[in-house]
Design a protein around this ligand. Structure first.
Ligand code: FAD
Length: 320
């Protein structure tokens, strides 16, 4: 069976959820082979094997930590040359997309980004992308080289599948571009205990209708009851009510959760650009003509100061 390379997204060996989603998709296309760069491959291998990775190609070198994406591109290219995979899958994070683009260029291959689904096809994988405010789904395939595909977080639910996950050393030599951009410092974000916004399965966002920084506690309470992350519209961020790192939209982050709840957000095109591929969209808005209602699965016309606490109470009650 053909092998499918999956670039592992991890923090010192703690595998991040989008990688488990990639492994789940990879199994539709062939035998997944994980590529683990940096420290922690041995501890990651168990999790990778439990999600179907037959092999884990591992390389560790200071270059992965000290420089930006270029050393990882060298390593992934070495893995492509060693394995001759049918497909390469990478997470659709900013770093993942840069790595994928560089790899595609180097291997003279076609690239498809931000896949929301992948199916096996007679002539290679068929990739679904959601475009124009989710008005269309396009399906495409790569016609040249080894398809390089980036996949949005939450495209699928990770499913376990036991495989060996045997760690093998990947030999990498770094080219002259590898040290072109150096990391000066890294500051971990303050931990809120909530999932990372772009990876969260549930996101609850507040907009101008929240009407003040202090009222974001309502949004946070609903997010916490659901185990979700908190997002914000640009209007709320520009007003200083919530940090920019939580802004969803064209000039913020792109999220694609299973459930997106928009409270007091009108649904401007620039906001939609960051959340339109969410699986289920719920909006709470007191204006029944708000444009957000054009794209929702469930719309609640009402005052968020009544609706959001009532929802939080219901969720907490049902959780017991
Ligand atoms: P508004 O449009 O003011 O909507 C507030 C909504 O809250 C209204 O629909 C109102 O009916 C409702 N409301 C008020 N009170 C209540 C209540 N008590 N209960 C229930 N509902 C209530 N925006 C982004 O979000 N993300 C981006 O990344 C982004 N990038 C941009 C980039 C550019 C180049 C430009 C030009 C704009 C960008 N914007 C972005 C801004 C965007 O155009 C909108 O201005 C913004 O999204 C509006 O935010 P909002 O929906 O919170 O506010």
């Amino acid at each position: 069976m053909a092998e499918v390379l999956v670039l592992v997204d991890h923090l010192e060996g703690a595998v991040r959820k989008p990688t488990l989603e990639l492994l789940t998709l990879a199994r539709r296309l062939g035998d997944p082979v994980a590529v683990h760069l940096g420290p922690g491959a041995e501890s990651a291998a168990a999790t990778l094997g439990e999600h179907g990775a037959t092999r884990v190609l591992a390389a560790d070198a200071p270059e992965f930590a000290d420089y930006l994406v270029a050393p990882k591109v060298d390593a992934l290219q070495a893995a492509v040359e060693a394995v001759s995979p049918a497909v390469v899958l990478v997470s659709s994070s900013p770093e993942g997309k840069e790595i994928a683009a560089r790899l595609a260029l180097r291997t003279e291959s076609g690239l498809l980004t931000d896949a929301v689904d992948i199916a096996a096809g007679d002539e290679g994988p068929v990739v679904s992308q959601s475009v124009f405010a989710a008005a269309y789904t396009t399906t495409s395939r790569v016609t040249q080289g080894t398809p390089v595909i980036t996949v949005k977080p939450n495209a699928v639910t990770p499913e376990p599948a036991q495989a060996a996950g045997t760690v093998e050393e990947l030999s990498v030599s770094f080219g002259p571009l590898a040290t072109g951009t150096q990391v000066v410092s890294r500051t971990p974000r303050e931990s809120t205990g909530r999932p990372e916004l772009t990876e969260a399965a549930i996101v609850v966002s507040g907009g101008r209708g929240v009407n003040g920084a202090e009222n974001f506690a309502l949004i946070e309470a609903l997010a916490d009851s659901l185990g979700g992350a908190v997002g914000a519209s640009r209007a709320a961020v520009d007003a200083g009510w919530y940090p920019h790192s939580h802004q969803v939209g064209q000039t913020g982050k792109t999220v694609s959760p299973q459930l997106y709840v928009a409270a007091g957000i009108s649904g401007a095109i620039q906001h939609r650009a960051g959340m339109q591929t969410s699986k289920t969209i719920v909006a709470i808005n007191k204006d029944s003509d708000a444009p957000i209602f054009e794209l929702v699965d469930y719309g609640i016309v009402g005052d968020l100061f009544d609706v959001v606490p009532a929802l939080t109470e219901q969720v907490n009650t049902r959780k017991g």
